[in-house]
Design a protein around this ligand. Structure first.
Ligand SMILES: Cc1cc2nc3c(=O)[nH]c(=O)nc-3n(C[C@H](O)[C@H](O)[C@H](O)COP(=O)(O)OP(=O)(O)OC[C@H]3O[C@@H](n4cnc5c(N)ncnc54)[C@H](O)[C@@H]3O)c2cc1C
Ligand code: SF4
Length: 316
């Protein structure tokens, strides 16, 4: 690990200003992703701004009947919150399908949204990787790509966004609230938060330098039955090959987003309206433009079968 300096921020705006003021500075929240990357020297920040004492660890009701979640709320606290369990169960299920109890105790809402890919070549500093070192190439294209993306990828990068929580946030139409270094704030719809890779796979979200997530807000509850189905190589402690977050209403309509398939939680409005016609219709439309590799083309029928099992459970 390279040496770095450290400070503890006292307000969200000061945190944003502090990160913007130093070249290659980073926020540190739970540290469960960043510290691993620093130990492997995949990330080498020169300055860390600790954001854990900013009072952003509360979950509050909004006037519109929704929930406003502080960016420092732990994954454990969020998944266990009585209103989340009752009204946003897809979120509880998605969080509890991820990582381990110990990790979820440390991992934060903001940090989880920003966790980096699990492409094996990204973690191997001997291999070319456009995301780790822009312009160096992509070892996964033509390499082992079983766990990687089938849609929204590019000739520069075929990695996926690996997380679970954000897939549920996408289905719930969450909004990410931020503060910028100049003190201005903005609200970013979850669907616009993660970028497709294009030619710049090292830029993973629409956040500007120093922009800090303060909250994630959920609109009023949708009702319906909530599901999060995650298919992985082990029963626990593994990232999704394919996941399905869905909220299904009694008449068979609903919402669905897929994880493990793309640079972002994958939700397609034109596919979602086909839910009453069944899983094949939805997956055929959602992945019509897929460009899978020979290694990972199995993910598309797997997504169809996973959604079919969710829809069968919804009818039960
Ligand atoms: C062994 C292991 C297994 C895992 N399995 C899963 C899994 O199955 N599913 C899953 O979804 N996740 C999994 N994870 C990932 C885990 O959920 C993330 O590491 C965690 O959510 C990151 O949150 P954090 O608070 O620790 O972030 P940190 O590591 O502190 O930060 C991550 C990044 O976000 C930035 N950041 C943090 N907070 C903010 C903020 N408020 N505003 C702007 N930038 C910010 C940091 O600068 C950093 O770049 C696993 C992790 C490990 C180590
Ligand atoms: S798929 Fe992306 S993360 Fe993986 S090696 Fe290629 S550029 Fe790097």
């Amino acid at each position: 690990m390279r040496s770095f300096t450290y400070e503890r921020a006292t307000t969200p705006a000061d945190a944003a200003k502090a990160v913007a003021a130093t070249k290659n500075a980073k926020f540190i929240a739970g540290g469960t992703n960043l510290l691993d990357l620093m130990k492997l020297e995949i990330e080498a920040p020169t300055h860390l701004v600790d954001v854990t004492r900013l009072g952003l660890d509360r979950i509050e009701n909004t006037e519109g009947g929704g929930l406003r979640i502080g960016a420092l709320v732990s994954n454990t606290a969020l998944s266990a919150h009585p209103r989340v369990r009752a009204d946003y169960a897809v979120l509880t299920r998605a969080i509890q399908a991820g990582a381990s109890g110990q990790l979820r105790n440390k991992a934060t809402t903001g940090g989880n949204m920003l966790q980096r890919t699990r492409c094996p070549y990204f973690y191997d500093t001997n291999m070319p990787c456009n995301k780790r070192q822009p312009g160096s190439g992509c070892a996964a294209i033509g390499g082992v790509s079983r766990s990687l993306g089938v849609i929204g990828t590019s000739d520069a990068c075929i990695a996926t966004y690996p997380g679970d929580m954000a897939v549920a946030m996408r289905v719930l139409d969450a909004t990410v609230e931020t503060v910028k270094p100049d003190g201005s704030t903005r609200a970013i719809p979850a669907g616009d938060f993660h970028r497709l890779w294009g030619d710049t796979p090292h830029i993973e979200t629409v956040l500007e330098p120093g922009e800090f997530i303060t909250h994630v807000t959920l609109p009023k509850p949708l009702g319906g039955k909530h599901f999060y189905a995650k298919v992985r190589d082990r029963r626990s402690y593994a990232f999704a090959l394919v996941s399905v977050a869905a909220v299904i209403q009694p008449d068979g309509t609903g919402r669905v987003a897929f994880g493990g398939m793309a640079p972002k939680p994958w939700r397609v409005a034109e596919a979602e309206v086909l839910l009453p016609q069944g899983a094949k219709a939805v997956v055929d439309r959602a992945f019509a433009d897929a460009r899978p590799t020979a290694d990972n083309k199995f993910k598309i029928p797997l997504a169809q079968r996973t959604l079919a099992s969710v829809l069968a459970d919804a009818k039960a």
